[in-house]
Design a protein around this ligand. Structure first.
Ligand code: GLC
Ligand code: CA
Length: 577
């Protein structure tokens, strides 16, 4: 007769008594940026200290101890440079200046010092696919066809007729060419009209950019995230694209021309001279593109930041089989060479729990803990977005007047102009708008969640009465405390950083199961992606030593079957390996 037994593993049973893992990985393979746990801060929404309703650098300084308490080891800061804020700082008018809304260079220096004192690295966002139209370069460039800055941007003389169509992501007509009467010419803008694209073919422009990056590296910043950089190189003859191309922006606009040449030059000029990490937003169309960006021998970037995973979530839901397939495929493509970023949220997405989890009162906490367990137990560098450590949710605006994001507002105008389905657009926006992910950080249950004493630039979510830092810090079972435990687990176990990833039971419809193993140490990760109980039978169960983290109090094991509660996430330490 088969023997059954029920074992209940208590969370944290093994904390403190785990072996220190011997690392077999070669020292040259080990890098601080691979071991980093990145916390992304949208400065506008983090903490306001002067009551103007806009977050600022002093606010970040005030919260440095909080950031440290999370256990994260690096901060990625969205742009903080001088900007007219057409796209909240992604339209830079002075790359060496601090946006007046955010403070001064003295504040910046203090902030950086405070981070370094706490062992936290700083990654800056470098926005050089385009600048603001209010940047001095563009003011000069637009002033005459013979101005020395003319070739810093892409101009098309109108006497040659209208250039071939190019799609703009933020333009209210979707047209990337804007006519400028001053010199009777069109300029190119893949984003808004106030974000003209820079001309990377011009070596003077490239040198300016490297000098800017060196300026920040000299100040001591630890890394750069290159915004929209996969679009920086263009075929400047502007040939026609095949019909329907505008639907696939990445395919026709990314990884063009001499992009790799520019990155190699940037590596030579900047990255090779400082201990800085580098990551570009987007990784092209294929694994080959992504590898070409990050294969060490090519001397371009450190890690790929690919969108396929984050794009899986749709308003109608998503398939967990698809989710597993995408993350497993990307892992296997980088098993030997290259390095990946792991993320499910950022400032261009709605909230993690509302997109990938379940934000109903019943399942919000377990589902976001499960998602945080996933992000922090995969191979690759995890990027966690502010507020996801609390399980902040979508605000879900109903009317277009409530939105602040240029992408939402101009997208709306585009639908209206073209006679599209406005209702469907508003519904989609409610689920996926970037403003959902940008509402102010919820610090406490006071008016405006302790974010500001003034009127916040974007409303604070009403649920801050329950979901806030003060409450979460007090509750041992909060999303926040689970997040901290998960970070500590990753830091204590390099197997979670470098260890081999193996997917188990690819076809299991509810549970995502995988192992991580290295140097004789092996962990089993089980994640229930559904709101129902789910069971999985695994040979590995016999080797279980105990649970090292669990988002419920216990886990039911019977024979070789493990039953998980809704959104239960457990990591087991296994014998042997
Ligand atoms: C990137 C940024 C996004 C910005 C765009 C234009 O996609 O992440 O926030 O709007 O580039 O700079
Ligand atoms: Ca402020």
């Amino acid at each position: 007769m088969k023997r059954f037994f029920i074992a209940v593993f208590m969370t944290g049973l093994l904390f403190g008594c785990m072996d220190k893992t011997k690392q077999e990985t070669t020292p040259s393979f080990q890098k601080w940026w691979k071991e980093a746990i990145v916390y992304q801060i949208y400065p506008r929404s983090f903490k306001d200290t002067n009551g103007d309703g806009v977050g600022d650098l002093k606010g970040i300084i005030e919260k440095l101890d909080y950031i440290k308490s999370l256990g994260v080891t690096a901060v990625w800061l969205n742009p903080i440079y001088s900007s007219p804020n057409d796209d909240n700082g992604y339209d830079v008018s002075d790359y060496r200046g601090i946006m007046s809304d955010f403070g001064t260079m003295a504040d910046f220096d203090l902030m950086l010092k405070g981070m370094h004192e706490r062992g936290i690295k700083l990654i800056m966002d470098i926005v050089v696919n385009h600048s603001s139209d209010e940047h001095e370069w563009f003011k000069q460039s637009r002033s005459s066809r013979t101005n020395p800055y003319r070739d810093y941007y892409h101009w098309w003389p109108a006497e040659k007729g209208k250039p071939n169509y190019r799609y703009s992501l933020f333009d209210e007509k979707g047209d990337a060419w804007k006519y400028d009467s001053v010199t009777n010419a069109y300029y190119l803008h893949y984003f808004s009209q106030k974000q003209p694209d820079l001309n990377w073919e011009n070596p003077k422009l490239r040198k300016e950019v490297y000098d800017i990056m060196k300026f920040w590296a000299e100040k001591g910043v630890d890394g750069f995230r290159l915004d929209a950089f996969q679009f920086a190189a263009k075929d400047t003859t502007y040939p026609p694209f095949p019909e329907g191309f505008e639907k696939n922006f990445i395919q026709y606009y990314a990884m063009q021309g001499n992009l790799h040449g520019y990155l190699q030059e940037m590596h030579q000029e900047v990255f090779s001279k400082y201990d800085v990490m580098s990551v570009a937003e987007g990784a092209g169309n294929t694994f080959e593109d992504a590898h070409n960006l990050v294969d060490e021998d090519r001397k371009e970037l450190n890690m790929a930041y690919a969108f396929e995973g984050v794009d899986i979530a749709k308003p109608e839901g998503y398939s967990i089989l698809h989710f597993k397939e995408v993350f497993s495929r990307w892992d296997s493509a980088f098993a030997e060479k290259g390095w990946l970023s792991i993320f499910l949220s950022n400032h261009d997405q709605a909230r993690l729990v509302s997109r990938f989890g379940n934000d109903s009162p019943e399942f919000r906490a377990p589902s976001v803990k499960m998602l945080n367990t996933f992000v922090l137990s995969m191979r690759g560098t995890p990027y966690c977005y502010y507020g996801d450590e609390l399980g902040m949710t979508n605000i879900g605006f109903e009317t277009i007047e409530e939105y602040r994001d240029i992408a939402a507002i101009n997208g709306y105008k585009k639908v209206v102009h073209s006679g599209g389905d406005v209702q469907a657009y508003m519904k989609a926006l409610k689920f996926s708008s970037r403003d959902n992910g940008r509402t102010p950080m919820q610090w406490d249950d006071s008016v405006n969640a302790g974010f500001t004493t003034g009127t916040p630039w974007l409303p604070v979510h009403q649920n801050h009465k329950e979901i806030n830092v003060v409450a979460a810090e007090k509750d041992p079972n909060s999303v926040l405390n689970h997040f901290k435990k998960m970070i500590q687990l990753r830091k204590d176990n390099p197997v979670l950083v470098y260890g081999k990833y193996t997917l188990l039971q690819r076809e299991h419809p509810e549970i995502y199961a995988y192992t991580r193993e290295m140097d004789g140490k092996k962990m089993l990760v089980l994640l229930n992606f559904t709101a129902k109980n789910a069971t999985i039978e695994l040979g590995e169960v016999a080797a279980i030593k105990g649970a090292v983290i669990n988002n419920y109090e216990s886990v039911a094991v019977k024979g070789n079957a493990i039953s998980l509660l809704p959104y239960q996430a457990v990591i087991f330490l296994l014998n042997g390996g």
